[in-house]
Ligand binder design. Structure first.
Ligand code: BES
Ligand code: MN
Ligand code: ZN
Length: 508
């Protein structure tokens, strides 16, 4: 976005791969299927490609990569990589995205700045083109922002999608438009990842708000930042409560996408958790792994960056975004276990554990999104360790009501390639939030911790459709994957973007 990636050029071509001006050709291959019939590839690699397949060195298994030089000097590219797609029966657009990413990461390590992915299957060209560009842009993400050595991997400069040489004008047009959506979507994910990667000392709430303003203005998105006084005036006692332990003042980031001519309803309301560092507060966390809590604003970054993309892509509906951002610290004025807070919606909360701070700031955030006119809500938060226990690092927890709305979000996630899994919210769980002196406590104990957190949020969602994404396990990749390095993942950004085009399927 505003930052580094403007230099990239993306082109969709209908051409012979030999004619494409690029450093590295990427040829996707299904497992157990013959290599692309085109002999010229075999010849151009002096037979290496067929040797690798007969010897079993390359089988086309998912994420398998086989690099070889192109020796035929009439070809413009000097290298080609076969990229395994896995079995055709397991094919999905998401696999195309991930394989493109895996190839892109390997290309980056080999210092290729221009890559061209060959894609000759005309079916579902729109979605595959978008996915290819998303995958390659995601691979271009540089997480090591603060390394000072000269030897940084190069940034991607040129990206080609190479269609069959006889592809029609319409196909090229479809693919080009989809590629542009892929670029904006991929860059928005990377912008969210860059924010989540920032440590607590460089990305304080005020800096987060400034970065939000820069990104929003670049995207033509209306933004307003409320300071601690305005937040208090709105009566957001839950949000203010969390911020009290910190020397850094809180901010409320408010984003509005209102395209001229869009219907007045529905209004999508996105709310993201923006804890720039979560020490746990007085209920302080153990030292081990606490450094990870710099990404406790990944939900807020997802909302911000998805809204930038929604604006750049000119989604046809109104969307409002609300990101309450603060540190959770144990300063002398911090809230204490047992304290009572009153949120803007008027409900009172007994703070049993100051480390359950996300639901407090989101409670007021959900209230504010409704005040801005939201008719359908989605919140995104690194909310509970319990969700990591339940679903691991593979899928985000998906909660909400009514089922029709949760299904809409689930389908958008599936389409976008964010794994999300529906979780139950049986009302019996609510007993765990009972307080003797307030409307409820802010923790329900260890059992079903992700569910009781969701039930807490539900109290602030009013009576409109609401979904909650717990991304505690998915916002950060602890183990590098073939398609993703260690670090911030940008989860939920693509889902939220996708959602803005599905309003004809929403419950009312
Ligand atoms: N930000 C954490 C949740 C979290 C944990 C995110 C691990 C990513 C990885 C959240 O604010 C938190 O501390 N939740 C508590 C709630 C508990 C006190 C009820 C938790 O999950 O332990
Ligand atoms: Mn916490
Ligand atoms: Zn937290």
């Amino acid at each position: 976005m505003a930052t580094v990636q403007n230099a990239i050029t993306i082109e969709v071509l209908a051409a012979q791969p030999s004619a494409v001006e690029t450093d590295l050709l990427i040829q996707p291959v299904f497992e157990g299927e013959p290599l692309p019939a085109d002999d010229s590839l075999v010849v151009a690699t002096a037979g290496e490609i067929s040797r690798a397949s007969t010897s079993g060195e390359f089988k086309g298994k998912l994420y398998d990569l086989f690099f070889t030089p192109i020796v035929d000097s009439r070809w413009k590219a000097r290298r080609i990589v076969l990229a395994g797609l896995g079995r055709r029966s397991d094919y999905s657009v998401d696999r195309v995205r991930r394989v493109a990413s895996a190839a892109g990461l390997a290309a980056k390590h080999r210092r290729h700045e221009r890559v061209g992915m060959i894609w000759t299957d005309p079916r579902d060209l729109e979605h595959t083109s978008q996915a290819i560009v998303e995958g390659l842009i995601l691979a271009d993400f540089d997480a090591a922002q603060y390394k000072t050595d000269e030897d940084r991997p190069p940034r991607l400069r040129g990206l080609h999608i190479i269609l069959a040489a006889d592809a029609m004008y319409d196909a090229r047009k479809t693919a080009s438009a989809a590629a542009e959506r892929g670029r904006i979507t991929g860059e928005s994910c990377n912008a969210a990842r860059a924010l989540a990667n920032e440590p607590g000392n460089t990305l304080t709430p005020r800096v987060f708000a400034e970065r939000a303003a820069a990104l929003a203005s670049n995207a033509g998105l209306a933004i307003e930042v409320l300071d601690e006084r305005q937040i208090a005036e709105l009566g957001m006692g839950l949000f203010i409560g969390v911020s009290r332990g910190s020397a850094e003042p809180p901010r409320l980031i408010v984003l509005r996408h209102s395209p001229p001519g869009a219907p007045t309803a529905p209004v999508l309301g996105l709310v993201g958790k923006g804890i720039t560092f979560d020490s746990g507060g007085i209920s302080i966390k153990p030292a081990d792994g606490m450094e990870r809590m710099k990404d406790d604003m990944a939900g807020g970054a997802a909302v911000l960056c998805a809204m930038c993309a929604i604006s750049l892509l000119n989604a046809p509906i109104r969307v409002v975004g609300v990101v309450p951002t603060t540190e959770n610290m144990p300063g002398g004025r911090a809230i204490k276990p047992g304290d009572i807070l009153r949120g803007a919606a008027g409900k009172t909360v007994e703070v049993v554990n100051t480390d359950a701070e996300g639901r407090l700031i989101l409670g007021d955030g959900l209230w504010y999104a409704q005040r801005l006119g939201a008719t359908h809500l989605v919140d995104v938060a690194t909310l509970t360790g319990a969700c990591v226990v339940a679903l691991g690092k593979i899928a985000s927890g998906l909660f909400g009501r009514p089922t029709e709305w949760v299904d809409v979000v689930r389908r958008a996630a599936e389409h976008a390639g964010d794994r999300m899994w529906p979780m139950p919210m049986f009302e019996e769980y609510r007993d765990q939030l009972r307080s003797d002196i307030a409307d409820f406590t802010n923790t329900g104990g260890r059992p079903a911790g992700a569910i009781t957190a969701a039930l807490f949020l539900k109290e602030f969602a009013g009576s409109i459709p609401w979904a909650h994404l717990d991304i505690a396990g998915t916002a950060w990749a602890e183990e590098p994957q073939p398609y993703m390095p260690r670090g911030a993942s940008g989860v939920a950004v693509r889902t939220l973007i996708e959602l803005a085009w599905t309003s004809n399927t929403w419950p009312r």
